[in-house]
Design a protein around this ligand. Structure first.
Ligand code: 0L1
Ligand code: MG
Length: 251
């Protein structure tokens, strides 16, 4: 299953839900498939650079009938170094404004406090995540989406990172424009009431299988607004108040 998913992710090929074939697949098994899929990225010379949290808004959790977020794995090949998103090898991408935490000290366990996270955070970047479910019509169950690496596809960080004390991250207003029209806006608190809570939650979830957030890793904490579908020719501007702006050309 991992080999097939890796190939579909690499080439942007739609697939049937894995739960059609394996209806009894558990969440733990789905994370195992995710891990084995990323091992295949590594076998091709790619490198894991971090984690992403998904389903971090109460609205999205309710829509999927779940009570906790999910996580996915980020690799070097998913990182955009220029603000250009090529539609080649993508299926039906959507863009989410997020914050990315750059961690410089290991975070491990299910008892982390807010201060532990801030002590281990070098900088916070405005970021965009491009999700692209490999399932038809973006339609899946919880285990399906976990096996498909939480819909991870690409991400881009702002040019400048900011120290934890720079601002109140829950009160930062983010506004997204597509081709000049405002399409979404939201506040940092959309992410589990405060973006820092997402890191605490990730550490707790990883700890179930003995994993941790290692120094040098990036964590995308979750969407600040609803995800916005994009198509070839679109131009996105995303404002993060005093943190600056991120742009994206879809080609
Ligand atoms: O990053 C996200 O919040 C997406 C998680 C997976 C669910 C989806 O693809 O909408
Ligand atoms: Mg996301």
């Amino acid at each position: 299953m991992a080999s097939e998913i890796e190939e579909n992710q690499r080439n942007g090929i739609e697939m049937e839900k894995v739960t059609l074939k394996y209806p009894k697949m558990t969440v733990e098994e789905a994370y195992d498939v995710q891990s084995q899929t990323i091992q295949r990225y590594r076998d091709r010379g790619d490198e894991m650079v971090g984690w992403k949290m998904g389903l971090t808004s109460v609205a999205k959790q309710k829509s999927m009938n779940v009570e906790e977020p999910i996580y996915g794995r980020l690799t070097n090949s998913m990182k955009l170094s220029t603000p250009t998103l090529k539609m080649e090898n993508l299926i039906h991408p959507k863009v989410e404004p997020e914050f990315a935490f750059l961690i410089n000290k290991e975070l491990k366990g299910d008892q982390l406090q807010v201060k532990d996270v801030w002590e281990a955070t070098k900088e916070v970047y405005p970021a965009l995540e491009i999700i692209d479910s490999r399932y038809k019509n973006f339609s899946f169950t919880l285990t399906d989406v976990i096996a498909d690496n939480a819909s991870s596809s690409k991400f881009i960080l702002g040019k400048e990172g900011f120290p934890p004390e720079y601002t109140d991250w829950d009160n930062v207003k983010v506004t997204m424009f597509v081709n000049g029209d405002e399409v979404q806006s939201g506040y940092g608190k959309a992410v589990l009431d405060h973006p820092v809570n997402s890191i605490i939650e990730l550490s707790k979830m990883l700890n179930r299988t003995g994993l941790s957030i290692k120094p040098g890793m990036i964590v995308l904490v979750g969407a600040i607004t609803e995800a916005v579908s994009v198509k070839k020719g679109d131009y996105l501007e995303v404002n993060y108040e005093t943190l600056g702006q991120l742009n994206l050309n879809v080609t």
